[in-house]
Design a protein around this ligand. Structure first.
Ligand SMILES: Nc1nc2c(ncn2[C@@H]2O[C@H](COP(=O)(O)OP(=O)(O)OP(=O)(O)O)[C@@H](O)[C@H]2O)c(=O)[nH]1
Ligand SMILES: [Mg+2]
Length: 397
């Protein structure tokens, strides 16, 4: 066992005594690799070579994804999800080259309250599609998902068989960040999966905040999974979500719940009559299914196929996709300008003072906005001047 000696951290002034809350451990003699930890005796003896993460080139990413290599696809998605500006540039180059190979998949969104059975439906539905020769990618959009990605561990077990299939690829929601950030990353992840040859994309989202609207703006077909048996479940569903849905699926229609599910279906059918359909030329209906017994699952696929046929024929399918592209661009402009403004050093510096002035009634909010935007303009113009004299300095924006 190696012996450790402790010494003062380098930032401790020489004249100070040894009473510090931290100390530095010296390394082990003769082992240079510190990336994989230096306590492994196999490494120390040279019997084992340390693993190094190779940096992949743009070409390697593009070729690997196009070949459907899952390892490369995962790394390409990690690149997309990275918050580093260096990775951002590379990811966008890769994506740009893959774009011509995207757009052929059918994109399906699935929303519903927690516990409605979305993941279990995806497991049953995804397995059925794989059996029929499809390649299925499962993504999730969860703006609340933390760095630990806790919920996904649960999902992987709920999608146990699907996650082990070669024809399926499951990717959790990008962690943290604003919904805007998660939305961009999810959209780009979806495109990566399409380029890798997945022809059905299933996107799960819990109906929290704006996430269902975000997913609706990414998919062709949107499914709302609901429950019965709670008695007051109809009141619990926001009319707004029903207006987004191309199908309402009453899950857990099995055992004692079967009859209740059928009754609920009738109730939903009556409610739908008063709601504007989500897709022009397509009548939304309510269906029952059980992710356990698989009853109603093949029928769901028939509904989606009929939807595609009808909307492709009428041109609504293509029109929605074009609209989604522009919507995407506009939301990214919003986001970009928002962060440019709020991250501007002059604005962040002056903001507390201006806020206080508004709260004290010294200036009106309108006047405050005018002055802040003015400061922002002046600051940006000044920085452009500086750039003219220092063209070698690369600006981020
Ligand atoms: N009886 C019955 N139980 C089901 C069915 N589908 C799902 N469940 C159960 O319902 C619970 C929740 O299922 P999930 O698939 O995790 O639900 P979810 O909507 O993905 O939940 P979140 O991801 O937390 O939003 C689990 O215990 C499932 O076993 C079904 O068809 N019948
Ligand atoms: Mg789930």
């Amino acid at each position: 066992m190696a012996k450790y000696t402790t010494s003062k951290p380098s930032w401790v002034p020489e004249e100070k005594d040894d009473k510090f809350a931290c100390s530095v451990m010296s390394g082990i003699e003769g082992v240079k690799d510190t990336t994989t930890g230096n306590i492994n005796p196999m490494l120390a003896s040279g019997k084992m070579k340390p693993k190094r993460r190779l940096i992949m080139s743009e070409d390697e990413y593009v070729d690997g994804v196009l070949k459907g290599d899952r390892m490369v696809l995962s790394r390409a998605i990690t690149l997309i999800e990275s918050n580093s500006s260096k990775h951002f540039v590379k990811a966008q180059r890769v994506l740009q080259r893959l774009l011509p190979h995207t757009g052929k998949a059918l994109r399906i969104g699935i929303t519903g309250v927690p516990g409605a059975g979305k993941s279990t439906i995806i497991e049953a539905f995804g397995n059925m599609l794989c059996d029929r020769g499809h390649r299925v990618a499962v993504l999730s959009v969860d703006p609340t998902s933390s760095v630990t990605r806790g919920s996904i561990l649960g999902d992987k077990t709920r999608m146990g068989t699907l996650s082990r299939r070669q024809e399926a690829y499951i990717r959790p929601s990008p962690a943290g960040g604003t919904l805007g950030g998660v939305a961009r990353k999810s959209r780009e992840t979806m495109l990566m999966c399409e380029a890798a040859g997945y022809d059905v994309i299933l996107i799960e989202t819990v109906g929290v905040g704006q996430s269902e609207t975000t997913v609706r703006s990414m998919v062709d077909f949107f499914m709302l999974v609901v429950l019965t048996g709670a008695g007051d479940d109809l009141q619990g569903i926001k009319k707004g979500i029903m207006e987004l849905a191309d199908a309402i699926v009453i899950n857990k229609a099995d055992g004692d719940n079967l009859l209740k599910a059928k009754v609920a279906r009738g109730e939903y059918e009556r409610m739908i009559e008063y709601i504007r359909p989500a897709t022009e030329g397509w009548q939304t209906h309510a269906y029952t299914c059980s992710a356990y017994t698989k009853d109603g699952i093949p029928e769901l696929w028939e509904v989606i196929r009929a939807f595609r046929e009808v909307t492709e024929k009428s041109g609504v399918f293509q029109k929605r996709r074009r609209g989604q592209l522009l919507e995407w661009m506009h939301s990214m402009i919003d986001e970009h300008l928002h962060s440019l403004f709020f991250e501007d050093p002059v604005i962040t510096g002056r903001m507390p003072e201006v806020r206080e002035a508004v709260l004290q009634g010294v200036i009106s909010p309108t006047q405050a906005v005018k002055e802040l935007v003015n400061m922002f303009d002046v600051d940006r113009a000044a920085r452009r001047q500086v750039d003219l004299f220092h063209p070698e300095r690369e600006t981020r924006t």
